[in-house]
Design a protein around this ligand. Structure first.
Ligand code: ISJ
Ligand code: GLN
Length: 732
């Protein structure tokens, strides 16, 4: 007789670590089917008829407090079901707090909150802790419980720290099959307190089911409305790529020693400011490829505002409005690219043509489920949320190896390739002069420093109350360039690049937006199918480079700092969750908190990689990167954790929309693969603020944790702003 797989219900309280938990549960109970619901998607009455079909329930962590109904949702009712409906249940963090509170425990704030902190946990060695040594675990909490003396909750584990004394880290219910821990078993830095605990839980749950639910049998299939089975990696629509004839990339390659990419841009028409232009510029180590889109009047540009239900497609001659109807914008782009999939390019080149452009911070709100209070019309800053062109012709330069590819997706385009190659071979060699800018030429309006420091403290209030573990607070700075001091935006880019060369730089002129970036941070890159691999590289932790700051000192200041490691760890855990959501189980952190050197800064960087299961159909693999963007924006390093609650808090607190700042820019290759950088250290100009005085805006911020000092946070934003301001003859 074939064995039927157990079904496990995971209740997510809108945490940014829930899919890490899903992956851990799946490791501990490999053959289980995991059904995921949100804590507010069902009432307990709706759940009751299905509960008896689950072998076990896992209640995840989350923002807020177990005694606030909108924070805890249906979780508080799970502990109160009648005996005949009991299901073995495991609670994590908020889950433990809820189990406690519903059984007479009192809830308290920690004297010193613990977010991304590692603690030693001692325990009884019984129940879920059976056979485990002392544990090293990660904590993300502001609240904790004290069980009622003589009540039903038995303490099983404790941490001991100088600031908070003894804190309960693990419990069980004396007469019901409920266990819970206060720490985060699913964190990357938690040791056997992760898998070991869940294996023990599964054994206890199975034993309990055998004794107390003798007639219980897992069902072959289990349908629960408003739930999904994790992992959910198929496309949300049916692909029609099968058997279609794929287009072919044509390309020519040549050695270009001494050729300046800036000169190449000028040859390709960047100086005509009335035309669109796309240049993704690996302007500094460790960048390798620079990409130029060779746009013309026929090039299709796509813009979309997230509060609207259409996409505008335009070129120099015409505009078309695509009504989205029930389709979401992500699917529109996915289908568009899939219909134009190409093969035959040089696989060492990451981009053969395809989509290039930017997505704003707010572009990530709808998939996240975060509310947007945008009024009819546009955002205050008016930049489209999706702004991309479809690049048919492109030039890629490998700046490390002085090699160039001229590529076209258009049929019969050899003549253009040959002619362009010929003209480029005749260009003069050597760098072109970079303009300089006079000091003091552009007045700057900074966020009010006192207000910023107050906002740091307001953020910390949300950290103390348990609503967030980390908040990336940002401010907006405006630079006004008086009409008589304006220079073409391309000149401005060259100045900026000269003072602040960055590996993920870029110049995008996608009307109405001009976008100049010196970003040091990659958000996501992904390789082509088959076997596409996604790589994310969050940066948290920044030190300004100065003569006395050697690598050793920078390492001490970053990798040796509890605060910096905690900030980085939180984002690593958040990104693992985003990736586990998109790819399922195959997620690894290949670098944890490495110190990397950039032109003007030292930064603490981690690398997380994910890939789909081996047997994934190619069309799903091709869309993987786009799906990771859909499920992973806004970038975790620009929000904080848990993401949804943190985004909502910041939206209210900052009081403005971030627009392109904090979003991503980059490309998605027509042959699969792509690369998106985090839009930081960047300036933006809207066409409506271009005639007369120019009004540029630039965002800057940093992660606020409970350990942050308002003054040093302010200083950190100044450091980040400075590189950009130098390009305007200003400084912070
Ligand atoms: C918020 C910014 O940067 C982000 C925050 C960082 C930090 O807190 O150390 C580092 C890089 C970015 O992820 C910014 O540059 O404006
Ligand atoms: N990680 C969590 O579940 C946190 C629970 C609760 N919000 C606290 O801060 O204590």
């Amino acid at each position: 007789m074939a064995t039927v797989q157990p079904h496990v219900l995971l209740i997510d309280s809108y945490d940014s670590f829930a899919f890490n938990l899903a992956a851990l549960v799946k490791k501990a109970i490999p053959d289980c089917t995991l059904h995921v619901i949100k804590n507010d998607s069902h009432t307990i009455q709706e759940l009751l008829p299905s509960l008896s079909k689950f072998s076990a329930i896992v209640v995840g962590p989350g923002p807020g407090s177990p005694d606030i109904p909108t924070d805890i949702g249906v979780v508080c009712d799970i502990w109160k079901v009648a005996n005949e409906n009991l299901v073995p249940t495991f609670g994590v963090c908020l889950g433990q707090q809820s189990l406690g509170v519903e059984n007479g425990a009192t809830i308290h704030r920690l004297g010193t909150v613990k977010h991304g902190q590692v603690s030693v946990v001692k325990h009884t060695g019984t129940e879920i802790f059976a056979g485990l040594p002392d544990l090293k675990v990660v904590r993300y909490h502001s609240l904790h419980i004290r069980p009622k003396a003589g009540g039903e909750i038995e303490e099983l584990a404790w941490s001991e720290d100088e600031d908070n004394g003894t804190i309960v880290m693990g419990v069980r219910h004396l007469s019901k099959p409920f266990w819970a821990v206060q720490y985060h078993p699913e964190s990357i830095l938690t040791d056997e307190g992760g898998l070991g605990i869940f294996r023990n839980f599964w054994k206890l749950a199975s034993d309990w089911n055998t004794i107390n639910r003798p007639h219980f049998r897992p069902q072959a299939t289990l349908e629960l409305s408003k739930s999904h089975v994790w992992p959910r990696v198929s496309k949300p629509y049916s692909a029609n790529a099968a058997n279609k004839t794929l287009g072919k990339v044509t390309f020519s390659t040549m050695e270009v020693p001494g050729l300046s990419v800036l000169r190449l841009c000028e040859f390709l028409g960047v100086n005509d400011e009335s035309k669109r232009f796309v240049f993704l510029d690996s302007a500094a180590h460790p960048g390798q490829f620079s990409m130029i889109g060779c746009l013309n009047d026929d090039t299709a540009q796509f813009t979309h505002f997230v509060h609207e239900n259409h996409i505008e497609e335009s070129n120099a001659h015409s505009k078309v409005r695509h009504e989205l109807g029930n389709k979401d914008v992500w699917t529109f782009f996915d289908e568009y690219r899939e219909a134009r999939k190409v093969v035959g390019g040089d696989r060492t080149v990451p981009f053969w043509g395809g989509f290039a452009g930017y997505l704003t911070y707010e572009a990530g709100f709808p998939p996240l489920g975060a509310g947007l209070k945008r009024e009819d019309g546009h955002t205050a800053i008016n930049h489209p949320d999706f702004n991309m062109v479809w690049v048919d012709r492109s030039i890629i330069v490998d700046i490390q190896n002085d090699k160039m590819w001229i590529q076209s997706l258009l049929p019969n385009d050899d003549a253009w390739i040959q002619e362009t190659a010929q003209q480029i071979s005749e260009l003069p060699k050597g760098e072109i002069p970079v303009p300089t800018v006079a000091q003091g030429s552009s007045p700057v309006s900074f966020p009010d420093p006192e207000q910023y420091k107050t906002d740091v403290k307001r953020c910390q209030e949300f950290l103390f109350s348990g609503d967030s573990y980390e908040l990336c607070l940002t401010g907006q700075t405006h630079i006004t360039v008086p009409k008589e001091k304006t220079v073409p935006t391309w000149e401005r880019y060259k100045i900026l690049r000269g003072v602040n060369a960055a590996p993920h730089a870029g110049y995008l002129r996608l009307q109405p937006t001009t976008f100049l970036s010196c970003s040091p941070e990659r958000f996501l890159s992904y390789s082509r199918s088959p076997g596409a691999v996604c790589e994310l590289r969050p940066i948290k932790g920044t030190v300004r480079k100065m003569p006395h700051i050697t690598r050793e000192i920078a390492e001490e200041m970053l990798a040796g700092s509890r605060k910096e490691i905690a900030e980085n760890l939180m984002i690593v855990d958040l990104i693992r969750h985003d990736l586990h959501n998109a790819v399922g189980e195959n997620v690894v952190c290949s670098k944890f908190c490495g110190v990397e050197e950039y032109e003007t800064l030292w930064q603490l960087v981690s690398v997380i990689e994910g890939s789909l299961p081996k047997d994934t159909p190619e069309d799903v693999d091709d869309s993987l990167g786009w799906e990771v963007l859909r499920r992973g924006l806004p970038p975790g390093s620009m929000t904080g954790a848990p993401k949804k609650r943190s985004v909502e808090i910041l939206y209210n607190l900052e009081g403005f929309e971030r627009g392109p700042y904090s979003g991503v820019f980059g490309y998605w290759c027509a042959g699969g693969g792509g690369d998106w950088s985090v839009t930081i250290r960047s300036v933006f100009l809207h066409d409506s603020e271009k005639n007369g005085d120019e009004r540029w805006y630039v965002g800057a911020g940093g992660a606020i944790t409970a350990l942050s000092e308002p003054e040093s946070e302010l200083e950190e934003t100044r450091v980040k702003l400075n590189g950009v301001l130098l390009g305007f003859g200003a400084s912070s």
